[in-house]
Ligand binder design. Structure first.
Ligand code: HEC
Length: 148
């Protein structure tokens, strides 16, 4: 099946059907790999993991959003944050292993489109670049908009 990594041009480059299919795959991959902590639809689990359905957060990240989510998934995430009034400081998120770069890209694109209401896609190549790159949690901290 053809996958459309970049949503912004997906409508132009890919048939509508395959873009729709990529989003359906993203929902399923998120359910399988992320929802155990972040809950169904990324609504968050009190005491465990923050909500990800925060369009204002993803939109504040803007052009950094694809890099941000790719770095969190491939390098892990470990810093005290406050999301919707809850402090998350205890358990770090370890890097997501055993998921292919293509599937991570599909997840990231789905998160940005559906939980972030952003038209920014992520490709498997983007994931590979970030995975082998030098960005750390300090860089994520610098990118991250303050949330409460
Ligand atoms: C084992 C539980 C677990 C799994 C599985 C998990 N996460 Fe996380 N995630 C966390 C925790 C806990 C944090 C917060 C850690 C901290 O603040 O130190 C977090 C943080 C994040 C953040 C940063 C949020 C922010 O406000 O900056 C993103 C983005 C994220 N996760 C995305 C994902 C995605 C996408 C997946 C699936 C590929 C995933 N996570 C799988 C536990 C998990």
């Amino acid at each position: 099946m053809k996958r459309c990594g970049f949503l912004g041009v997906a409508a132009l480059l890919c048939s509508f059907g395959s873009a729709q299919q990529a989003l359906a795959d993203g929902a399923e991959l998120f359910a399988d790999n992320c929802a155990i902590c972040h809950n169904a639809g990324g609504t968050g689990t009190p005491g465990l993991a923050p909500a990800l359905n925060r369009p204002e957060f993803w939109q504040a990240l803007g052009d950094d959003a694809p890099t941000y989510i790719s770095t969190v998934m491939t390098k892990g995430f470990n810093m005290p944050i406050t999301v919707r009034g809850e402090r998350f400081a205890g358990m770090p998120m370890i890097p997501v292993s055993a998921v292919s770069d293509e599937d991570l890209a599909t997840i990231a694109t789905w998160v940005l489109a559906n939980l972030g209401e952003l038209d920014q896609g992520v490709t498997a190549e983007d994931i590979a670049v970030v995975r082998s790159g030098a960005l750390t949690n300090a860089d994520l901290k610098a990118m991250r908009p303050e949330t409460e």
